[in-house]
Write a protein that binds this ligand. Structure first.
Ligand code: GDP
Length: 215
């Protein structure tokens, strides 16, 4: 497991500039996603976990993923282009809105299941968890889906600023220990959008998926 993936400083290939992220399109389901070529990394999280804030922090763009919850947009898969052709970030619909009906939840589940299983260009999944309540039922479900799809996962334990540093480190160790049998775990990163902690670690993890050697 990599806690702090590092770039090779001698690496001359073009770098992903996360600030170059631009909205591309929103898709209601797999059929409406962009052509399945290139490399993409998706962000998932329970609603209110801090996913939109994490995307905005990583891309240094406070408006990219909307932090305000607009009904209608919440069920869509949102794609963002990057400066490297064929590389994309994907904001998956949040989960856990109290007001959402059973039918909408079932539809969400079907679309996520299809996307995670069938999407060839999907190289990694960032699972955003509020550090104060990690490994919810939703998170476990995502971990199981990732395992079934042999998809590497990085966990962002966000809102790290809400805990004292010692407690945050303990939680990091606890999550790692609870998931030590999970073979698709690439990294667990202590993160805070407020304090900008863990941002470089997160970008380095994305680099590894979007720009693997040979790409
Ligand atoms: P999403 O539903 O997962 O996209 O969550 P949001 O990014 O919209 O964040 C939900 C709430 O948590 C908002 O009020 C954010 O301001 C707050 N939040 C998100 N990240 C952080 C963080 O790192 N630290 C703190 N203190 N609050 C955060």
């Amino acid at each position: 497991m990599i806690e702090s993936p590092m770039n090779d400083i001698n690496d001359k290939k073009p770098k992903v500039s996360y600030n170059s992220a631009r909205f591309m399109l929103s898709a209601p389901d797999l059929a409406h996603c962009p052509a399945d070529t290139g490399y993409e990394v998706a962000f998932a999280g329970r609603s209110n976990a801090g996913k939109s804030s994490a995307i905005n922090t990583i891309t240094i763009n406070s408006k990219l993923a909307r932090t305000s919850k607009t009904p209608g947009r919440t069920q869509l898969i949102n794609f963002f282009t990057l400066n490297i052709p064929g590389c994309r970030l994907v904001d998956l619909p949040g989960y856990g809105y109290a007001k959402v009906s059973k039918e909408v939840k079932a539809e969400w589940q079907k679309n996520m299941d299809e996307y995670l299983h069938a999407r060839e260009s999907l190289k990694g999944l960032v699972l955003v968890m509020d550090i104060r309540k990690p490994l919810s039922d939703f998170d476990t479900m995502m971990l199981e889906w990732a395992e079934a799809s042999q998809l590497p996962i990085s966990i962002l334990l966000t809102k790290g600023d809400k805990l004292r540093p010692g407690a945050a480190k303990n939680m990091l160790a606890k999550v790692k220990s609870e998931l030590k049998e999970f073979e698709y775990l690439s990294s667990v990163i202590l993160f805070s959008s407020l304090k900008k902690t863990g941002v470089e670690n997160a970008r380095n993890q994305l680099d590894q998926w979007l720009m693997p050697s040979g790409n």
